[in-house]
Structures are given as structure tokens and as C-alpha cells.
Design a protein around this ligand. Sequence first.
Ligand code: ATP
Length: 369
Amino acid sequence: MASLKLNNLCKVFKTDRKAEVTALAGINLEVPDGELMALVGPSGCGKSTLLRLIAGLDHPSNGSISLGNKEVNNIKPQDRDVAMVFQNYALFPHLTVEQNIIFSLKFRKIPKSEMQSRVDDAADLLGITDFLQRKPAELSGGQRQRVALGRAMVCKPKIFLLDEPLSNLDARMRAEMRAEIAKLHNRLRTTMIFVTHDQTEAMTLGQRICVINKGKVMQVGAPLDLYQRPVHKFVGDFIGTPGMNFIRGRLDVLDGSNVFIEDTKDGDGDSLHLPEIFSKAVAKFNGIKVLLGIRSEHLKLIEKGIGFKVTLDTVETLGHESLLHIRTAANKMIVRSSGNDQSNFNGKILEINWSNVIWFDYNSGLALI
Ligand code: ATP
């Protein structure tokens, strides 16, 4: 077991046409010993590159990688004590499950009896004992995934790297395997880094989540922290289904009272009186363009009252809840409503739960308060 520390890790690829692609632009990250960290971000943000650098399959252009306080930049992959589980499982088709699992131990100086007992323990833990003599083609996707995990486990690595391990499975199997990986981590307590582009997977599995965009760390924190207190608009939008709603406008003082004025194509839209708690913010950010960030469960459609006037576009009925797609003068939003209360759909005024609002700078996307 070991902690992981990445210091200003950079990777620039040179393409055939001599162009440069910056895949990682100075990643700083610490993963304590025994943590299960989810690494999440959109396609192309640098997740796989980061794992490959940690595993030693590629070299950083700059920066350092330390495992348990020891820099490993110049240590060969096989000597790093890191096991990687790939998206496509990477099993040998001509070998049985048992031979696939034992294969990773062949180049280590481990007595045969010890090898067999490691395979048996892993197979038992992962529930694949009955399949040990089958070939990978005779297994389901979930079973193959277990074999890939078994192959990593028998090496007793200091750290597991899982690169989108569930993306080839159907939704039900993904949920099952998610629970299995959590259970496995609970049993082994080994440091694990789990890469996914699926924020639900990251939220449900990661003890902490690291959100990456364009080769940079946007935020690291516990799942609820990221959901409730995103430090950047990107995180608010990326984490949560649906993502955070954003209303563009500015904070101002009108006739002695604090207001938020929606910004429309044709100038000022509706203005809303803000509660007293925002008076300091209004004084500080008066006049600058901001984004009002609000989760769909903190919005409500009401018949009468103070709020934005809205138009209801569509209703997505999910059974336990409904998602109301609405429009203000300049913004589209989603309001979450309890599934069986049709009366909630008819309101035309948008009520905002102000205590859950996050203000973002319109230009930088950074949270202001
Ligand atoms: P996905 O979720 O789609 O797998 P990712 O977040 O894992 O994406 P990477 O595969 O790490 O992203 O790629 C990061 C960036 O680096 C992308 O812009 C990609 O095109 C580029 N890249 C990756 N490998 C190379 C390479 N060998 N040569 C040139 N560019 C590369």
C-alpha cells in the first residue's frame, strides 16, 4: 500500500505533423494511502494519459510522480508495484482464466505454491472459482472484468489503477460491478485510482473525486462537496444529473435594494430582489457579469409570487420525480419536481432557494462566494 503524489505533472505529445498536444498541463494531486479516488472528466481531458504516466507506460514531459514518498519517474513499470486494469480487460484469448491470472506472476520470483494460493484467494474473493478453466470468450463482460481485477490483485500492488473498467458493461452490470469494486476496496484497503467519464460512477464510488478538464485539475474533494460547493462553473455543470443551472446577469443596487438582473440578448431582463445575506456580495461584485448557479432541486415553479417568469417546454417523467425543462427570457433550465404532483408543472413563476445559490464570475467561471 502506498500514497501517491503528483507534482506539476505535464505531458506534451508531438504528433506526426510536428504539432504539439498538451494532454496534461501541470497536475498537482495527492492520494493518501488506502484511498479510492475517482478521476473524472470529459473525453480527451487527459485521464488515460495520467494513468499511463503513473503506471510508467509513458514518460512525463515535466514534473514528478512519487509513490509512498519515493520518486518513481525513472523506475521501470514492472518495478513500480502498480497494477493497471484496462477498459478492454486485455486478457489473452488462448489462455484459461487461471492461466490469465497467473500470467502476471510468472516474471516474479514467487514459489509455485504461493502463486496458486494467490490465484485461489483472488478467485474466491471475486466469485470466479467456477470459471477458472474457461477461456475469456466463454465469459460474460462482468466475468471478464472480474478476471482482469483478479490478475491485478494477485500481484499485491501498492496501488491499483482502473481505466474506465466498467464502460463495456450494460447499465445493470455496471451498477453491480460498481458495488463489487467498492467491496473489494473495503477488503483490500489498497490505494485505488478509478478513471471514468461518468460522473454518476465517480459520485457513487469515489471516496474523493478529482475533476479534470483540459489537462488541469479543476477540483478535488468528497462527492457532496463537489456537488454542493463547486469552485468552478465547469464542476457545477459536470457533476450532477442534471448539471447545475446557470443564469447570466449582474448584481446591483436599485432603489436602495439588492437585486440580480438577468442579462438578455436585448439588454436587462427580469430583476429579482436578493435576500439580505447577499448585501456584502452585491457591494463587492456590483456591476460585474456573474452567473447565478443553482441546482434543479433548489428551484420550484409557483403560481403566484416573486421570481422569474418562465415558459414550460417539456416534462420528463421518471417515476419517482419529474424534470421540468423551462425557459426564462434568456436562459434554459431544469427544475426537479416530485414525480406525482402534476400541479407543480403548471406554475409560471420560478422560485429560487437563495441559500443554495453559488455565484460564479461570468468570464473566468470561478466561484465568487
Ligand atoms: P477518453 O475519455 O476519450 O479516453 P482521456 O481523458 O483518457 O479521453 P487521453 O487519452 O489522456 O484523454 O488524451 C488526452 C489528450 O492527449 C487528447 O487530446 C488526445 O488526443 C491526446 N493524445 C493522447 N495520446 C496521444 C498521442 N500518443 N499522441 C498525440 N496526442 C495524444
